[in-house]
Design a binder for this molecule. Structure first.
Ligand code: FE2
Ligand code: FE2
Length: 171
């Protein structure tokens, strides 16, 4: 089989898939633990972010196949078993920061290799990762500023919701 055009882009796009897969696993792990501890706001933030990262995997994979490569579906690393919500948010902030930096570099590399469509994909991903970074750092600042009270509020909200829920009748 002849070498696919834009071999370097395929390699970078696959590295992107690997990073995104790690983010999905990590955020779903955080989601389960936040949900278990009653932190509904953080739980849904992590779940929604994981879903968006899944969309990124799809965008990257479609491009890989278009360039006649194949999707490796390798994961960059191990999920960190963090249970403290503040540390979870700190970890997510670092991951987003790292992704945005990498995607910026890779966009430049694709540009050097005259692959402007892959460059555009990485640039669009930078925008999403910067937005995620912003959301996680806001949560981090709130926990720093209000401490346990901020997290306790989320638990109280859940208790209120559960206690006022009207039970559905089974026929
Ligand atoms: Fe992403
Ligand atoms: Fe992200």
């Amino acid at each position: 089989m002849s070498k696919p055009r834009h071999e370097k882009s395929i390699e970078l796009l696959n590295k992107g898939v690997a990073d995104e897969l790690l983010a999905i696993h990590q955020y779903m792990y955080f989601h389960f633990h936040c949900d278990d501890q009653g932190y509904d706001l953080l739980a849904s933030l992590f779940k929604n972010s994981a879903i968006q990262e899944m969309g990124h995997v799809e965008i990257l994979s479609e491009r890989i196949l278009f360039l006649e490569g194949d999707v490796d579906m390798k994961i960059t690393g191990e999920v960190k078993k963090i249970h403290d919500p503040k540390e979870m948010v700190r970890c997510a902030t670092q991951m987003e920061d790292e992704s945005a930096k990498e995607y910026n570099q890779w966009a430049n590399l694709c540009s050097t290799n005259a692959d402007s469509a892959s460059k555009k994909i990485f640039e669009d991903l930078v925008l999403d990762e910067e937005r995620h970074f912003d959301q996680f750092s806001t949560e981090f600042e709130n926990i720093e500023k209000f401490g346990e009270k901020y997290l306790a509020l989320q638990s109280i909200e859940r208790s209120k919701m559960v206690s006022t829920r009207v039970p559905t009748q089974n026929k």
